[in-house]
Design a protein around this ligand. Structure first.
Ligand code: SF4
Length: 112
């Protein structure tokens, strides 16, 4: 039995997942899916910043366009140290494609 807090919304339901992957404690279907995913293959969205040149600001916010496997988060964050964007950039532009061959990308979240 695994117990965890659902982080999909601010309700923070307490989930229990048994060995047969039955989820209890969830108030909605999203929590059920989250509970199973978290036990089988936990993933996270990464938000961070990268260097940018030619802008009034020195850092540009980015995030992954999809969740990435949790065990790859630290390695993915390290890759951002080597990224330097050049202004202008638009929200949605790629900052780094195909992170660690996962087909997940870092995208810019603010035009600057
Ligand atoms: S189970 Fe549903 S209601 Fe509860 S925290 Fe997760 S998403 Fe929110």
């Amino acid at each position: 039995m695994t117990e965890l807090i659902c982080i999909v919304c601010p309700m923070g339901c307490r989930l229990s997942i048994d060995d047969s992957m039955n989820v209890t404690g969830n108030s909605c279907k999203r929590g059920e899916a989250y509970g199973r995913q978290e036990v089988i293959d936990p993933k996270r969205i990464i938000t961070s910043t990268v260097r940018i040149e030619g802008s009034a600001f020195r850092r540009c916010p980015v995030k992954t366009d999809r969740p990435i496997q949790k065990h790859l988060v630290f390695e993915a964050m390290k890759l951002l140290d080597g990224v330097k964007l050049v202004s202008p950039v638009n929200a949605g532009d790629f900052a780094l494609k195909n992170i660690l061959k996962t087909e997940v990308n870092f995208v810019v979240t603010k035009s600057m």
